[in-house]
Ligand binder design. Sequence first.
Ligand SMILES: [Zn+2]
Length: 366
Amino acid sequence: MIVNKLKLFLIFCLIYPTLFFSADRPKNIIIMIGDGMGLNYVSASVLSDRNSPFIKFNSIGLLKTPSSNKLITDSAAGATAISTGYKVPNKAISNDTADKNYETIFAIAKKEGMSTGIVVTSSVTHATPAAFYANSKSRSEHDNIALQLTYADLNVAIGGGYKYFANSKKHGSRTDDKDLFESMKASGYEIALDYNSLVKIKSGKVLGLLGEDGLNPASKREYSLADLTKIGLKKLSSNPNGFILMVEGSQIDWAGHNNDTDYLLSEMKDFSEAVDLVLEFAKTDGKTLLVVTADHETGGMTITGGEKDGSNLSLSFATTGHTPELVGIFSFGPSQEKFSGIFENHIVGRKLIKLINPDFVFTGDE
Ligand SMILES: [Zn+2]
């Protein structure tokens, strides 16, 4: 009798933690990055829009963004911290530049049978998306990064960057004259070069390259980042093993570099609408963790005036480059509480990877 009770107790001890942690772990993870979206960008959204999605999060934190060699990071090192759990030098894509590649969260998710995807408004080979599926010493190696996309086996890749996949015959800019569209078709991709064709894709993996390089700014596009994200979510959510999706409001950063108020506010609105859409998806689904953050702040932007209701905001800028200001992290869904507090950006990557594979081992400081 005592032996049986002991056995039951031992079985309980073994099973209970598994039950506890698996209930806590999300099935799907969606990472949304507002490139350059400092805290004052979020302030502008909240002040000017009473339905701003940022007020709907209860789990909020702050991140320190320095890279491994600079106080002020670039997007390559900033994205790598989140996509690999390691800080690297500026310009490096999931690589420490001493020939050591870091495994990306997408590669780790693939091993668990999950689907992967990116939806961005820059080229799909730009620093932030590249860090999720490629390894390179330099973010400027677009040809090489595009080639890596052909075998990274993403289920969804939507953004710009046509010229990095096309050879000279197809008016591309590849220096090796390879036609990457052919190899991607052979690997089961349906390819769309405009929004109307993208909407019509029914089966297969999706490569949507809707611009030569970056997409048009939000104010000059007939579709929104939310529209593109909706297509990505529909495609990815059919996998019973779950998915990981990275959505980037890429041009928030470009508006910051240009110190352009109208451009900045319209890109923030475009990104906010996409956040709202994903938040609704996560609420309905109940098994999706959404993490919204930024890689760094751009422009040293501050709000110097505006109407009482938050309309007609006046923005001023301290620089045309990036700054080391802390950025916000907003999370919703299973394990959201892991992302509140103040920590280094690479810790976000480690926490996300551990949610996908709890046995994954990192080297170096926590
Ligand atoms: Zn930038």
